[in-house]
Design a binder for this molecule. Structure first.
Ligand code: FE2
Ligand code: FE2
Length: 208
């Protein structure tokens, strides 16, 4: 049984070695969800100055999505939308979207990818060199309104230390489910399809 390959340059690898590496890689991908949950906890240390931590903000966004009756793609996207803050402070939205894209609806990946532009509506006018209307560059995009709703209801609203968040553990099985999906499955990506962020009937069920 091989425990390591022999090659030092990729071009010298054998079929057996690449098959061995591929099986390792598949094993590794099975733990993506757990690694992401751990990274979210690391977010707790980032960005001081707000009334709540980045982890608190993430969990609050996901809690609001859940209580709005949103589906699992939306909830997990809300939970992870700022995970890029750790390593990519200047394009944290694109970073998060890159992680989510193989496993969630195209609509959700696009919203996460561009939420930074949409969020500027809420603070861009207070800062030199920022454009409050940066989202206007996406005018006419099929998911424009979804992003406006995402930011209004779940992102910009989720900095409240008094809000009753659900615990991160509540969302862990949803993260597991999303990252156990077949990557880039067309049945998951559902290109062009718009699912509303809110569902009053589901929200009412979850409220009891
Ligand atoms: Fe963000
Ligand atoms: Fe955010």
């Amino acid at each position: 049984m091989m425990d390591k390959v022999n090659f030092t340059q990729m071009k010298d690898g054998t079929k057996e070695e690449y098959e061995f590496l591929m099986s390792h890689e598949i094993d590794h991908t099975k733990h993506t969800a757990q690694r992401l949950l751990k990274a979210l906890v690391d977010l707790d240390e980032s960005l001081s100055g707000y009334q709540i931590t980045r982890l608190g903000h993430s969990v609050q966004s996901a809690t609001r999505a859940y209580r709005d009756g949103a589906d699992i793609d939306w909830i997990v996207s809300a939970l992870l939308h700022d995970i890029g803050d750790i390593y990519a402070p200047y394009n944290h939205d694109e970073y998060a979207a890159t992680i989510l894209r193989p496993f969630v609806r195209e609509q959700c990946a696009w919203v996460v990818q561009t939420h930074g532009d949409f969020q500027m509506l809420y603070y861009g006018h207070h800062l030199e060199g920022f454009d409050k209307n940066k989202r206007d560059r996406h005018q006419g995009h099929a998911y424009f309104d979804d992003n406006a709703t995402f930011c209004e209801r779940w992102d910009q609203a989720s900095f409240d230390p008094e809000y009753e968040d659900l615990p991160l553990e509540f969302f862990a099985p949803m993260v597991e489910e999303i990252f156990a999906r077949t990557p880039y499955d067309p049945a998951v990506i559902r290109s062009g399809e718009r699912v509303p962020l809110t569902d009053d009937a589901v929200a009412a069920e979850r409220a009891v």
